[in-house]
Design a protein around this ligand. Structure first.
Ligand SMILES: *Cc1c(COP(=O)(O)O)cnc(C)c1O
Length: 384
């Protein structure tokens, strides 16, 4: 299975991915679409690997961040007739190629509108666009005050097809108090009303990220934009608590990613020895250390000095500082551990599991960051 015998690699579970996708797909109403979000190397899971698995399951619309991601997916043999929605503005000169590759473009401001219109007219293409409405993040999109001007400009423009309209929530996963999210839902509804009064009624209305999709069916509209939950992770503890309170806690997400490596060396150290850069850890007793060929350049955060890895189904604590390409773990209580043993950094081994959420807590960040920062150069291997 591991063709090139990598020293550290990512396994992506097809079964878990399809399980998660199925949970959401099974709940769609007729006419609704699930759009997997594959930006950031498919949340660290591998853009092409995840893209291929989902295309084989007939997903045909994908959410992406860069033009590069569109071209990489569109180049795959499985990608014929697939569509891609760019959730950030691309460089204007790439628009014609993007449209030919099946891209839909988010529309975020008037400058972007001018760029898209001139690219459309120069290339004789019709560019499908999705209007982004600013409802509270202050990040991207048109404010309510700009919508009248927008509708006038859209009516005057040629070469555009207004296919969608969307917004994004500011704090829906950060809190169990959804007052602000509800305000955003209202603003989004008024924006759609305002445009509809001008005759602009895009076919695809969308506002759900994972947390919204899980908690608020009224945010689903025509399209769900699913990232983290598709990969088997809850957006946050707050989302889980809110889901529980709303009786929606039966969603059994299964993590798709497992991060593995092998012990490259086992080393005896004597009581009193300092271990690693900075001499930050000192062995209290004689022990054995395992050297793992993984470090912060692979995305194993330098803040994970208090983490554990799994060896022979048991927890081995990280010792000393995490280095660029190496880290040390204590095997003193796992005498059967050997050079060459498989090690799990994230995922299950035996009866135990190290989650991205646990690592996020230790590193002072969120599961999204732990997953998306795993070095894209590590091999991604689809399993089961
Ligand atoms: C990344 C992103 C999503 C996916 O969010 P998750 O919380 O990972 O489901 C949805 N919509 C937009 C606009 C995004 O940028």
């Amino acid at each position: 299975m591991i063709l090139q015998s990598p020293t550290t690699w990512i396994e992506v579970s097809r079964a878990a991915l399809l399980h998660n996708a199925g949970r959401f797909r099974g709940a769609l109403r007729p006419g609704q679409t699930l759009m997997p979000v594959l930006k950031a190397n498919a949340y660290g899971h591998g853009l092409e690997e995840i893209g291929r698995l989902l295309m084989e399951e007939n997903f045909d619309l994908f959410g992406l961040h860069t033009a590069e991601e569109v071209f990489r997916l569109a180049a795959m043999p499985e990608a014929a007739d697939r569509r891609f929605l760019l959730l950030s503005p691309p460089p204007a000169e790439r628009i014609p190629d993007l449209v030919r590759a099946g891209a839909r473009l988010g529309l975020f401001d008037f400058e972007g509108l001018d760029e898209i219109v001139s690219a459309a007219n120069e290339s004789d293409l019709t560019v499908p666009i999705h209007i982004k409405v600013e409802t509270g993040v202050q990040r991207q999109g048109f404010t309510t005050e700009q919508l009248t001007e927008l509708s006038e400009r859209l009516k005057a423009a040629s070469g555009l097809h207004v296919e969608g309209i969307y917004t994004h929530f500011a704090n829906i996963e950060d809190t169990t108090d959804h007052t602000f999210a509800r305000k955003q839902m209202k603003r989004f509804a008024s924006a759609r009303d305002l445009l509809a009064a001008q005759g602009i009624n895009p076919k695809l209305v969308h506002s759900s990220c994972s947390a919204a999709a899980i908690l608020f069916p009224e945010t689903h509209h025509d399209l769900l934009r699913l990232g983290i939950s598709l990969y088997g992770h809850w957006p946050s503890t707050e989302t889980r608590v809110s889901a529980q309170a709303a009786g929606r806690n039966r969603l059994d997400l299964q993590p798709v990613l497992t991060w593995k490596t092998r012990i490259s060396q086992v080393k005896e150290v004597q009581a009193g020895s300092f271990v690693g850069y900075g001499c930050t850890w000192r062995a209290e007793t004689d022990t054995r250390l395992g050297i793992l060929p993984v470090g912060y350049s692979d995305g194993y955060d330098r803040g994970l000095g208090a983490a554990h890895v799994l060896v022979r189904g048991r927890r081995a604590p990280v010792r000393g500082r995490i280095m660029m390409n190496l880290l040390l773990v204590d095997l003193g209580h796992i005498p059967e551990a050997r050079r060459g043993d498989e090690v799990v950094l994230i995922g299950r081994q035996g009866a135990d599991e190290i989650t991205a959420e646990t690592l996020a807590g230790l590193a002072g960040t969120i599961n999204y960051e732990i997953l998306t920062r795993i070095n894209p150069l590590l091999p991604r291997l689809p399993v089961d």
